[in-house]
Design a protein around this ligand. Structure first.
Ligand code: ADP
Length: 177
């Protein structure tokens, strides 16, 4: 679907297999690896990603840092730290919005044309996906009004249920936009 100047693709898949300029990692504050998406990226990408992550000395929630992608088929990994649901003093929504926005801005700074996101914070971090999808939509809609190198944004969901939540929400919102 087209949103502003960007093409948005919603699909089911494994983000480590995306052949795009950049993929986003659902990282934690240490940037030193973890489970879920983070574990899969470091496992398949190899040690050069962790070496670069160490140099960043961590990352605050809502922000993102970039590294190259080691053995992965993409060029860059944007390590983005989403909020832990229920542990951010009513700030979870704003922090989730910021993490998507800051990831896209960083991709633009590096001149990336295509970027793939996983569903940040809705796994181990417990953010309900039905609420998260509204925040993702708002961030993408706001970003799509800006001039950017980013022309293709993929939202990669890991399960059939998550895919349906995203498809339903985006199809309805596109209709109203
Ligand atoms: P967080 O800690 O930010 O919640 P997780 O990695 O635990 O991040 O989960 C975020 C989402 O990513 C979950 O929906 C999870 O099922 C999904 N996920 C896990 N592995 C992959 C993968 N290889 N590709 C795409 N999505 C994945």
């Amino acid at each position: 679907m087209k949103l502003g100047k960007a093409h948005i693709n919603i699909k089911k898949g494994d983000i480590t297999e995306e052949r795009v300029d950049g993929i986003v990692n659902a990282a934690n504050n240490t940037l030193l690896g973890g489970g879920g998406v983070d574990g899969a990226i470091h496992r398949k990408g190899g040690p050069s990603i962790l070496e670069q992550c160490k140099k960043h000395s961590g990352c605050p929630t809502g922000e993102a840092r970039i590294t190259t992608a080691g053995n992965l088929p993409c060029k860059y990994v944007i390590h983005a730290v989403g909020p832990v649901y229920g542990r951010s003093d009513g700030m979870a929504e704003e922090l989730l919005y910021n993490v998507y926005m800051n990831s896209m801005k960083l991709a633009d700074e590096y001149g990336l044309n295509s970027l793939s996101f996983p569903s940040i914070s809705t796994g181990a971090y417990g953010y309900p996906i039905q609420d998260a999808v509204n925040v993702v939509w708002r961030a993408l809609e706001d970003f799509s009004r800006l001039d950017s190198t980013l022309k293709e944004i993929n939202l990669v969901l890991f399960s059939e249920e998550d895919l349906k939540v995203y498809e339903d929400y985006f199809n309805q919102s596109i209709g109203e936009a």
